[in-house]
Ligand binder design. Structure first.
Ligand code: ZN
Ligand code: ZN
Length: 419
C-alpha cells in the first residue's frame, strides 16, 4: 500500500490551492481554493473530474481556513463529497457573507484541533495554527505507515507561542510547505500582534482626538489588537456592523458598541452597506441586527462622536460612507491606524480617506503585520519536523527550498509523488 500526493494546483503560485492525497482505496483533497485574482461572482472552476464535475470520486475535502484561495471552490465540490472545516471559522465566514446578503453555499462537517478524522485508510488530524484567518489549521495526514504535514498558511507572530507549537509537532515523512514570504530578506522580521497592540495603545495615549482603525473584518486577531489597545488607553471601543458581526461569530468576549444609523444623521444609515443593492441592503441589515441584538449595544453616531475618546473599527464596507461623516468632524490630534497591507493604501477609497484624514489633522500610522511566516520561521518549521521530502506550495520562490537538497528530497513539480 502506498500514500501518494498530487498537487493539482497551487505549487508555482500563491493561492488557488488544491492538493490530492490518496492511497489505493481512499482519495481526499486538502483545500479547494480559488485563484487569488478571482472574484466569487466569476470563478473559473477547474475541470477536475470527480471533484467538480462528473461523478464524485473523492472521499472528503478538508479546508484549512476561510481565505478564498483555500476555500473559494468549496461550494462547487460535487454533492456527496463531505467537506470538513473548523466550526468557528465556518461561523465567521458564513456570518460575513450573510451580512452581505450572500449564502456560503456548503455545509461542512466540523473538525477540532487534535481530534483525528478517519476517511477510509487515511487519518487526518487538524493542528490549530496561527494565521490572519480565524481558526486556521495545518493537517497531519497518516496512512500506510507514513505521515504528511500540510502547513497551509501560517505565521509565528500571532498570540500563540511558536516554540510550543513547534515542540508539539511530530517528525514527518513529507512536509507540504507554504512559502508566501520567501522573497523577503532572511533578516526581515515582522512585528508580533502583541507589538502592534503596545504600539497602538501608546499612540492612542499620546493623542486626544478621535481614533479610527481600518481593518479587514476577517482578521479577527486585528480586531482583538484594536480592542486591547482601546482598553489599555481608556477609550470606548466602537465597531461598524461588519466587524461586530465577525467578532460575534468568533465568540469574542468584547465590551464594545456597534455604530448604527440614527434619525438625526440620516446619511449614516448606509454606513455599513456600501455597494449592496437596496433590497439586499435591507435584508442584510435585518439579519445583522437580529444577529447582534444582545451582544453589543447599539450607539448612534451622535452619541458615538460626542466626545473624541473612542477607537472606531472601519472595514472596507463602511469606509466610503464614513467619509461623509468624517468631513464634518475635527480630527485634530486624532489617529487613523492603517491596519491592512501597505498595498491596500493604493485602492481609491483608501487613498482618498487617508488624504482626508491628513487634511483634517490626523496622524496615519501603519498597524499591520503579515499573516504569513517570515523566512526564519519557515526554516524553523522545517528543522522541527525533519522531513525526508519537502513539497513547496503557495510560493513564487520554490527555488528557496534548494538549500535542503543535501538533507532531503525537494519536489518542485509534484504530480504523483509516493511518500
Ligand atoms: Zn493562502
Ligand atoms: Zn490564508
Amino acid at each position: 500500500m502506498t500514500l501518494r500526493i498530487n498537487v493539482l494546483r497551487g505549487q508555482g503560485q500563491i493561492g488557488g490551492s488544491i492538493i490530492e492525497v490518496k492511497t489505493e482505496t481512499t482519495r481526499i483533497i486538502l483545500d479547494a481554493g480559488a485563484n487569488m485574482d478571482e472574484k466569487r461572482s466569476n470563478i473559473a472552476v477547474p475541470k477536475i473530474q470527480g471533484l467538480f464535475e462528473g461523478r464524485p470520486a473523492y472521499d472528503a475535502v478538508f479546508v484549512s481556513h476561510y481565505h478564498s484561495d483555500h476555500m473559494g471552490l468549496a461550494e462547487h465540490v460535487l454533492d456527496g463529497i463531505p467537506i470538513y472545516m473548523g466550526k468557528a471559522a465556518y461561523m465567521v465566514k458564513r456570518a460575513l457573507l450573510e451580512y452581505k446578503g450572500q449564502a456560503i453555499g456548503f455545509t461542512p462537517k466540523f473538525i477540532k484541533d487534535g481530534v483525528p478524522v478517519t476517511i477510509g485508510d487515511i487519518t487526518v488530524t487538524p493542528v490549530l495554527c496561527d494565521h490572519s484567518a480565524y481558526e486556521s489549521f495545518m493537517f497531519l495526514v497518516s496512512a500506510c505507515g507514513k505521515t504528511i504535514l500540510y502547513s497551509a498558511d501560517f505565521r509565528s507572530t500571532g498570540r500563540p507561542d511558536y516554540d510550543a507549537f513547534l515542540d508539539a509537532l511530530p517528525s514527518v515523512d513529507t512536509l507540504i510547505c507554504e512559502g508566501t514570504n520567501l522573497d523577503w530578506d532572511e533578516n526581515r522580521h515582522e512585528p508580533a500582534e502583541q507589538d502592534l497592540e503596545a504600539l497602538a495603545a501608546e499612540t492612542l495615549m499620546r493623542h486626544h482626538g478621535p481614533a479610527l482603525i481600518y481593518l479587514s473584518a476577517q482578521n479577527i486577531d486585528r480586531i482583538i489588537t484594536a480592542y486591547n489597545a482601546a482598553c489599555r488607553a481608556g477609550r470606548r471601543f466602537i465597531m461598524d456592523e461588519l466587524s461586530a458581526v465577525a467578532a460575534e461569530a468568533a465568540g469574542l468576549d468584547i465590551d464594545g458598541y456597534v455604530l448604527r444609523a440614527s434619525h438625526s444623521l440620516a446619511d449614516l444609515g448606509d454606513i455599513v452597506a456600501t455597494g449592496l443593492t437596496a433590497n439586499r441592503r435591507r435584508s442584510a441589515k435585518v439579519k445583522a441586527q437580529r444577529h447582534l441584538s444582545d451582544s453589543f449595544p447599539a450607539i448612534s453616531p451622535r452619541k458615538a462622536f460626542a466626545s473624541p475618546d473612542f477607537l472606531l473599527c472601519l472595514t472596507p464596507q463602511s469606509l466610503v460612507n464614513f467619509r461623509k461623516v468624517a468631513r464634518r468632524m475635527s480630527f485634530k490630534d486624532g489617529v487613523f491606524f492603517f491596519g491592512r497591507r501597505e498595498t491596500y493604501k493604493l485602492k481609491p477609497a483608501a487613498s482618498a480617506f487617508i488624504a482626508l484624514m491628513k487634511s483634517l489633522g490626523a496622524e496615519v500610522p501603519m498597524l499591520h503585520t503579515s499573516g504569513h511566516s517570515d523566512v526564519a520561521s519557515i526554516d524553523r518549521l522545517i528543522r522541527s519536523v525533519e522531513p525526508s521530502s519537502i513539497i513547496p506550495v503557495h510560493t513564487e520562490r520554490p527555488d528557496w527550498f534548494a538549500r535542503y537538497e543535501d538533507e532531503c528530497q525537494v519536489i518542485y513539480d509534484c504530480s504523483d509523488f509516493e511518500v
